[in-house]
Design a protein around this ligand. Structure first.
Ligand code: HEC
Ligand code: HEC
Length: 300
């Protein structure tokens, strides 16, 4: 057993151990280390006593505080579904007009509708329903089949050229491909149709085409698009006199519509979504349209 001595450089005692002339200093563990060691050990012991911790044969020590995460989750879920049940029942039973005026239900409709729309509809109609070529803008374009709530809900449920036996059927005939009209006639119709919404001014050069187009239109198109070309809701034929176009307003796009026909396909959502979801989506779309009208929404 060797005896420690004071180290002349640091002033600390040595342990008295020596290896080839190297002596080991006897330095104490720093105070902060002791402090944290004790503090954390105490915290650990207290925590173990307060919270659910040690398992034993048939169960586990539940802790003095009686905290039970499982129970908390179950309670929260129950609260959540009680809340949900309350507004679900109201949206289910109240009519469209009442819900649209309800300051409590509409925020829920907007939030739930936004999610439902994002999951099911935005891929075609765009986020916020702003539309894409071939997919109408649901916020501002006139509804092909009618825009009262029941009709919109019905359109969503049965779809357009969809799988439901009740589906709405939309058939713009392929006048060119099916050889009902020759290319020159179609070109005259393109000029006439575009003139209806002011896209082509009547000039000396196109006056003859517009007049010929009007004739052709009366013979071939009014049965679906109406005498005044403002569309017929029974067959889902669009108004050709407004600024909204599903497939584009350029000469080439209008030519393609008349030459090759158009059959927009909209899934029959009644086969996939609940009546409640469809009602929420209908309210969401009507609300979108009201907001756009209020802010003077533009676009096709
Ligand atoms: C696969 C693409 C696609 C998806 C997904 C889709 N739609 Fe459509 N939707 C269309 C097309 C195409 C039209 C226009 C049909 C036409 O031109 O005749 C349309 C038209 C509509 C219309 C207008 C009907 C009218 O009278 O003008 C509404 C309302 C509508 N969709 C709602 C929805 C809702 C709500 C969803 C989501 C649940 C949805 N759509 C999902 C393709 C889609
Ligand atoms: C059998 C009914 C029917 C007849 C006849 C018909 N259309 Fe259509 N037309 C439709 C329908 C329905 C649509 C909408 C198709 C869609 O959205 O999928 C449409 C769409 C169009 C479009 C595209 C509009 C857009 O917003 O992009 C043009 C242009 C058009 N028709 C012009 C004509 C012209 C010109 C004729 C006559 C030569 C004609 N249609 C005859 C039913 C008809």
């Amino acid at each position: 057993m060797s005896v420690g001595e004071r180290d002349p450089v640091t002033g600390h005692m040595t342990t008295g151990h020596e290896w080839n002339g190297i002596k080991e200093l006897h330095t104490p563990v720093p105070k902060p280390v002791w402090f944290f060691l004790i503090a954390f050990t105490l915290f650990g012991v207290i925590w173990v006593l307060l919270m659910p911790s040690f398992p034993y044969g048939t169960g586990y020590f539940k802790g003095w505080l009686g905290v039970d995460q499982k129970q908390t989750v179950a309670e929260r879920l129950q609260e959540g579904s009680a809340d949900r049940a309350a507004w679900v029942a109201r949206i289910d039973s109240e009519d469209f007009a009442t819900i649209l005026k309800d300051g409590e239900l509409m925020p829920i409709v907007r939030e739930t509708g936004h999610t439902l729309f994002g999951d099911n509809c935005a891929a075609c109609h765009g986020i916020g329903g702003t539309g894409n070529s071939g997919y109408p803008n649901l916020g501002s374009a006139p509804m092909l089949w009618g825009d009262d709530p029941q009709t919109i809900a019905q359109t969503i449920a049965v779809g357009i050229n969809g799988a439901d036996p009740q589906t709405r059927v939309s058939q713009m005939l392929a006048f060119g491909r099916d050889q009902m009209l020759e290319r020159p006639a179609i070109l005259q119709l393109v000029t006439y149709v575009r003139s209806l919404s002011g896209l082509e001014e009547k000039t000396a050069e196109n006056a003859a085409a517009i007049d010929a187009g009007r004739e052709l239109f009366a013979q071939n198109c009014v049965s679906c698009h109406g005498e005044d070309a403002k569309g017929l809701k029974d067959v889902g034929a669009p108004d050709l006199t407004d600024r909204f176009w599903i497939y584009g307003s350029g000469r080439e796009a209008v030519y393609q519509s008349i030459y090759g026909g158009r059959q927009g396909h909209m899934p029959s959502w009644g086969l996939r979504l609940s009546p409640l979801d469809i009602k929420i989506l209908t309210l969401y779309i009507i609300d979108l349209r009201e907001q756009q009208r209020a802010t003077g929404g533009s676009g096709t």
